[in-house]
Design a protein around this ligand. Sequence first.
Ligand code: PXG
Length: 292
Amino acid sequence: MGMIIYLDGKYVPEEEAVVSVFDHGLLYGDGVFEGIRAYNNRVFKLSDHLERLYESARTLILEIPISIEEMQEVVLETLRRNSLRDAYIRLVVTRGKGDLGLDPRKCPRATVFCIASSIQLYPDELYEQGLEMVTVATRRNLSEACNPRVKSLNYMNNIYAKIEANLAGVSEAIMLNQEGYVAEATGDNLFLVKKGKLITPPVYVGLLEGVTRNTVMEVARDKGIVVEEKVFTRHDIYNADECFLTGSAAELIPCVRVDGRTIGTGKPGEVFWGLLNDFRELTKVDGPVIFE
Ligand code: PXG
């Protein structure tokens, strides 16, 4: 049985879930999206994801044709129609159909779709052993050019970086900002552990304020771990005790090698395992219920 997709007010079989070749989401990457997970019959941090979606759209003066409450119901109903209790959800709002000019005023109505499926970003063994990254030459978008805080459909910056990682034969890329400070990976936020403290770059460095990032900081503080949002360079990564990435798609994944340097012991660390455990516990109980 194929998937059921929500598209512009209707739940349709995937074959019928098609958008126009004149949609500016396709022609210009003009739109916003969210990647969300459902665990144990609940949609994890759904309100945080929806808030970010509507904030991203507001910055782009992209009017979402349905309310945030209706959008919550779209996500839940898409999961129900696909009988999913654990899933990866892709929620997309594009500028909609326009003409062959980039002026968004030519697009009268945004296109909204929601896919409920699954995702695996990295092979299982890397979640146990840790992955390897390199710093790439592609810098993270300048905030005043294409703000990384807006989760837009324009991912060319991150895709350039991912290509560099692929060519280097490693799983992920570390992206620096224009000044050379560490920003994030291509679709994940980055954390270090040093002398028992948890450290991550502040959003003003130029990065996506990840929902998983914020959750991990909250979980850490609840465990009594000191959390610092501070600017750092690659030197701090090489000399960290632990390093890991966070994202809705990636979840929490350890990193044990960066630019040819071994991080800490070369194995995922104690702080990482502790945070992963508490994160997993939270996924069982947080968010609106799918099937009552
Ligand atoms: N930074 C960037 C640039 C992202 O795209 C994150 C951080 C983590 O944010 P959340 O809110 O998910 O904790 C993301 C989100 C993929 C993929 O296929 C990755 C994301 C979203 C959708 C798809 O790699 N990462």
